[in-house]
Design a protein around this ligand. Structure first.
Ligand SMILES: NC(=O)c1ccc[n+]([C@@H]2O[C@H](COP(=O)([O-])OP(=O)(O)OC[C@H]3O[C@@H](n4cnc5c(N)ncnc54)[C@H](O)[C@@H]3O)[C@@H](O)[C@H]2O)c1
Length: 259
């Protein structure tokens, strides 16, 4: 077993190979966390960190159990879990197959549930821990051509609220962050399919820009920190530059952006 320094957190981050998860890993390494970085592809290890990359499809229960075992063998505890791995799927509802719908739910909702169950059980035994589920503005609002993705993210917020209620009394906080549009590989892939343009997104966000992975990672880090957010439990924190708050029509919003 690797020894931890006094107060050092063990933080588990899924989808840490790129994008939001990778930036979250860098920030957690800066504050000294030991890191288990879970992804279907290898994750880069932040320089100087006590970190391990664990590879596998997290929708597979046997993979989740094996990773949990590896984490416990290495450190013997877990303090924070960031369920960030996810897949996008943009298709009209009437063309969405059952297999595609199930796959999106498996990765975006079942995998986080399995990780919450396995690692949350260990946190409950410790009577401390923080779980952050990365949902989306698509977990709060309907967005055209994303039936499976939006259903998965709405479900993830429902899971978050339920576990917050179920586990809060035993020292385990469970929260969600809801990013707006973020410049990552996921966004580049979605935009490459012609589904939307930069101008579509920038024009819709009150703050008039995309999020960076760093914008989202900082909110995640805040929620994993028991000193920074000790009584925050069960929230779905929008980190979207005001997208979900804004019911204005386009011309009204653009008028303010041009001032
Ligand atoms: N990019 C955005 O605009 C945006 C907006 C709102 C929410 N989100 C959410 O934020 C999270 C991270 O998004 P991102 O933009 O950094 O995405 P990304 O595609 O850049 O990274 C996702 C990571 O998850 C991993 N992954 C995918 N399926 C996996 C599986 N079955 N098992 C293990 N790992 C798997 C990928 O390998 C990848 O490294 C996702 O849950 C996404 O839905 C993203």
């Amino acid at each position: 077993m690797t020894s931890l320094t006094s107060g050092q957190r063990v933080t588990v981050i899924t989808g840490a190979a790129q994008g939001i998860g990778r930036r979250t890993a860098e920030l957690c390494a800066e504050r000294g966390d030991a890191l288990a970085l879970l992804d279907i592809q290898p994750s880069p290890l932040p320089a100087g960190a006590d970190a391990v990359s664990l590879i596998g499809d997290l929708s597979d229960e046997t993979v989740v159990k094996a990773h949990t075992e590896a984490i416990m063998q290495r450190w013997g505890r877990v303090d924070a879990l960031v369920n960030n791995a996810g897949i996008s799927f943009i298709t009209p509802a009437e063309d969405t197959t059952a297999a595609s719908f199930r796959r999106v739910l498996d990765v975006n909702l079942t995998a986080p549930f399995l990780l919450c169950r396995e690692l949350g059980t260990l946190m409950l035994a410790q009577r401390s821990g923080s779980i952050v589920n990365v949902a989306s503005v698509a977990g709060l609002l309907g967005i055209i051509d994303r039936a499976a993705y939006n259903a998965s993210k709405h479900g993830l917020i429902g899971l978050t609220r339920t576990l917050a209620a179920e586990w809060g009394a035993r020292g385990v906080r469970v929260n969600a962050v809801c990013p707006g549009w973020v410049k990552t590989e996921m966004d580049m892939h979605d935009m490459g399919s012609g589904a939307y343009t930069d101008a579509d997104i920038v024009g819709r966000v009150p703050m008039g820009r995309f999020a960076s992975p760093d914008d989202i990672a900082r909110a995640i880090v805040y929620l994993t920190d028991a000193q920074a957010s000790p009584f925050v439990n069960g929230v779905a924190l929008s980190v979207d530059g005001g997208w979900a708050a804004d019911g204005s029509w386009e011309q009204l919003r653009r008028g303010k952006q041009e001032l």
